[in-house]
Design a binder for this molecule. Structure first.
Ligand code: CIR
Length: 339
């Protein structure tokens, strides 16, 4: 096996994969055959990786713990040995933008991976198909407002896919980081999206994780968006069993997502703060929020439209994330109004 790390990389893999750690891990493999070489493939192909590692199954987090643990500790700034706690109680918060002047949409997503299947960067086609069937069986039983239909990628023509992608309802092939890690294997087979009739509830199947569960609407009603997600999770978890452990909470293929796996955020138009970015950054830093481009990770800010979401996912509960985002949004909107 040849592991040649890109010397110039600032990734957390290059930082934490010392000679000793490499020696300890290079011959190891999980029961399903996931190796260190596969775990850091993305970093070897992309020296500009920020993190550079993916787990291929839940066991990877134990087998390769000497590398995952320091990366997780640095990324999540998490105290060692602390248990992850969960709280999917709905919260009653004021509307952060009652005048509907700034917030264009609110979105909360979590990731889940089923027990007994490899993650989607390390799954064979037959298992991917089996997984898709199991998940769809559970999704079509969702009640009330969550009721909807599953649309498999291969059942749609190019024009339909394009339309759904524009509405942000669909996902395409993964980026170059995901591609190098193996997430695009067998694309487009056994992938798809379930969405409710009002499209406010969506589940991506077999993307970066087995499930990406999304509650979204074009409003600033954070409480309603979170309540819908909580209802959906309660229902889905009565049919499916997900990978989870006491220390790291729910396990995901990318270690940046473990814990609650939650990203709760808004698209918000901030014309004045766009010209005073240092004020915005001071507020987002204070509330532990992350600014992404208008179209998501590693994209530009268009028309002063920011994607602002929680940075912390581990060592915090789901409801605390929502409350913290709410406090941050009140501060941001206040600053925008005062400029
Ligand atoms: C990387 O290592 O840069 C990619 N695999 C993406 C990691 C997740 N994104 C992030 O931390 N911003």
């Amino acid at each position: 096996m040849t592991i040649s790390l890109p010397a110039a990389s600032k990734s957390l893999v290059v930082k934490h994969l010392s000679k000793d750690v490499l020696k300890t891990l290079e011959q190891k493999s999980t029961t399903s055959g996931f190796t260190l070489e596969k775990a850091i493939q993305s970093c070897m192909a992309n020296p500009d990786s920020a993190i550079g590692i993916y787990a291929g199954d839940a066991e990877s987090y134990q087998t390769f713990a000497p590398l995952f643990d320091p990366i997780i500790q640095e990324y999540h700034n998490s105290p060692k040995g602390k248990k992850q706690y969960h709280d999917l109680q709905t919260v009653d918060l004021s509307d952060p933008d009652p005048g509907k002047r700034f917030i264009l949409s609110t979105r909360i997503r979590v990731a889940r991976n089923l027990q007994g299947f490899n993650f989607t960067n390390h799954i064979d086609l037959a298992s991917r198909k089996h997984l898709e069937e199991r998940v769809v069986e559970a999704l079509v039983r969702l009640p009330g407002e969550l009721k909807g239909e599953y649309h498999s990628f291969t059942s749609l023509n190019e024009e339909q896919r394009q339309k759904l992608c524009e509405q942000k309802l669909f996902f395409g092939k993964g980026d170059r980081f995901q591609d190098a890690a193996g997430f695009n294997t067998d694309f487009p087979q056994c992938r798809g999206i379930f969405y409710s009739h009002n499209k406010r509830f969506r589940v991506w199947v077999n993307e970066e994780d087995h499930l990406r569960i999304i509650s979204q609407e074009t409003s600033s009603n954070l409480s309603a968006v979170f309540a819908r997600l909580c209802r959906a999770l309660t229902s889905v978890e009565s049919h499916l069993h997900f990978e989870k452990n006491a220390q790291y909470g729910y396990l995901t293929s990318c270690p940046t997502n473990i814990g609650t796996t939650m990203r709760a955020g808004v698209h918000i138009q901030l014309e004045k703060l766009n010209k005073n970015r240092e004020i915005l950054t001071a507020i987002t830093d204070k509330h532990d929020l992350q600014i992404r481009g208008t179209l998501g990770e590693k994209t530009e800010i268009d028309d002063g439209i920011f994607d602002i979401s929680n940075r912390q996912r581990l060592g915090i509960s789901e409801s605390e994330i929502v409350k913290k985002l709410h406090r941050g949004l009140l501060d941001i909107i206040n600053a925008e109004k005062n400029l």
